[in-house]
Ligand binder design. Structure first.
Ligand code: TEU
Length: 514
């Protein structure tokens, strides 16, 4: 049976940055509802909403204090219900982020754990090492920089135990050996599914389970760890019990989908998350990590296809999200970066499987160089101001008008400042230009949904002399990542990412031929 998500285009909404309905400078759920017709015209099948649950926003919602309510910054449960109804009425499914690896330090469980040393078993508290327990229990580092442990002060004021946080100290890791942690997650899953939510993106799906002995890391340099699976913090065997548990709940809602954020390198390891009783889909980040190079892109696609095939699962494609530099900038920025980003969109949309488009990608937004004073990502502080963090890819969407906030909000004081140059990138401006990135994305998604060539799931790739060729049944997608124009093979041009000249495909351009 072909499932709705098997070839869906998901649109990732970063709720802070999509549209602000109440003039506080931060996007909200009513803003998303108001933008639904825009998304219908773009042709997306489903939304992925980054977290909108109650949160002190230390990591913009990935620090959840109440997993079964909406944060007032984004609206309330009624606003979510309205979004669900309005989206469903337009044939758009809605998936939400689920954050099972950790809670906020403001979650009642953690508040209780700090107050009462006998109520700590739902988190990972340990005594310190060395004299007076002054050194952390092991050498683990936080993904955001610095140690993964913070020492607490006991209720009597003396120096206390340490607790584990793979991310910010405001995000204590849960103890997934505790039955209440499972019970509570089931309540959360059913709470949202019963309201009509169509599934979840599972945050840090390779996290959660920790090895009981908490062994030291052999390597603590995060740059080196990026391409390694030798990391005791992640991908521990018992994580699969958690995914099987989640799946048993989801199976009570036959159309619901679970897509995991799985930063695991080896294909065999990755495929384990996609076994028939675990996740439906797993983000594969090879395409995000590949340079604009035909062989590298070829290898990334082959790799993602092979990883999914190992589990008989549907491949999942993405070029960017709220954690990585926007692709226009990654590919060199400016006119060339944009041309390459458009070309890569055509490659991605030619591939069989589920596709994720990150809000603003369809406008060709670049990353923004923000001044130090406005940076909010905890990475900036935790890295001792050596890493600027992820704010640059999270700047609000420009909708209309000639000056910031470009219709995003009624206040100019938006949560991150919007660059004046974005006047040329607004939705309003792009709608009037047939050659705009927005119109290009619309056309590509429309063809992908409407043409029978895209029903074919068989795929064949080749790359030579800087040109990547993807064959999908009668469809061919050619990407010229080389330095010189190449002759176009015969065939009817369905769409190209840039202008074609004299029967040639220029550099930094892709084309669909049938
Ligand atoms: O990200 C998990 C993750 O490991 C990375 O993407 C990480 O955020 C990045 O490398 C740090 O620079 C997920 C969410 O996508 C991210 O936004 C959250 O901050 C994180 O989990 C914690 O919940």
């Amino acid at each position: 049976m072909r499932r709705w998500w098997a070839d869906a285009v998901f649109y990732q909404v970063y709720p802070r940055s999509f549209a602000d309905s109440n003039g506080d400078g931060v996007g909200d759920l009513a803003g998303v509802t108001a933008g639904l017709d825009y998304l219908v015209a773009l042709g997306v099948d489903a939304l992925w909403l980054n977290p909108v649950m109650v949160s002190p926003m230390a990591d913009h919602g990935y620090d959840v204090a109440d997993p079964r309510d909406v944060d007032p910054l984004f609206g309330d449960l009624d606003a979510l219900d309205e979004l669900l109804d309005a989206a469903h009425a337009r044939g758009i499914r809605v998936t939400m982020d689920l954050v099972p690896n950790h809670t906020s330090s403001a979650h009642p469980w953690f508040v209780e754990a700090l107050a009462d040393p006998h109520r700590r078993e739902r988190y990972i508290f340990r005594d310190g090492r060395g004299p007076g327990g002054a050194a952390p229990p092991n050498n683990w580092v936080s993904v955001f920089g610095g140690p993964a442990w913070t020492r607490d002060t006991e209720p009597d004021g003396s120096p206390g135990q340490w607790y584990l946080h793979l991310f910010d100290p405001a995000q204590p890791d849960l103890n997934w050996n505790h039955p209440e942690v499972f019970e509570d997650l089931e309540k959360t899953l059913r709470f949202w599914l019963d309201r009509g939510v169509d599934g979840f993106r599972i945050d840090v799906a390779h996290g959660m389970a920790k090895p009981p002995e908490l062994p030291d890391m052999a390597v603590t340099d995060t740059a080196l760890l990026r391409n390694s699976d030798d990391d005791p913090r992640f991908d521990n065997e018992s994580v699969h019990d958690i995914h099987r548990f989640i799946r048993t709940v989801l199976d009570d809602y036959p159309d619901a989908v679970a897509v995991g954020e799985v930063w695991v390198h080896g294909n065999e390891r990755f495929a384990m998350y996609l076994r028939p009783d675990e996740l439906h889909l797993g983000f594969n980040f090879r395409l995000v990590q590949a340079d604009f190079d035909a062989d590298e892109i070829h290898a990334a696609i082959d790799n993602a296809l092979a990883a999914a095939a190992l589990a008989g699962a549907t491949p999942t494609w993405t070029l960017s999200n709220h954690d990585v530099e926007r692709e226009v900038t990654r590919y060199g920025g400016g006119v060339r970066g944009l041309a390459r980003a458009r070309a890569m969109a055509l490659v991605m949309l030619a591939l069989p499987g589920a596709v994720f488009v990150y809000n603003g990608e369809e406008l060709g937004l670049p990353n923004v160089e923000l001044p130090d004073a406005v940076l909010q990502d905890p990475v900036w502080e935790r890295s001792g101001h050596t890493e600027r963090g992820r704010d640059g890819c999270r700047v609000p969407m420009p909708w209309s008008g000639d000056v910031p906030p470009f219709g995003f909000s009624s206040t100019a004081d938006t949560w991150l400042p919007m660059p004046a140059e974005w006047a040329s990138l607004t939705v309003q401006r792009q709608l009037t230009d047939p050659a705009s990135t927005l119109n290009f994305y619309r056309r590509a998604i429309q063809l992908r949904a409407g043409r029978t060539e895209f029903d074919d799931v068989g795929i064949d790739l080749s790359s030579a002399d800087g040109v990547l060729t993807v064959r999908r049944g009668p469809l061919r997608c050619l990407l010229n990542a080389g330095a010189d124009p190449v002759p176009l093979p015969p065939g009817q041009v369905l769409l190209s990412s840039g202008e074609l000249a004299d029967g040639t495909l220029p550099p930094d351009t892709a084309v669909w031929l049938v």
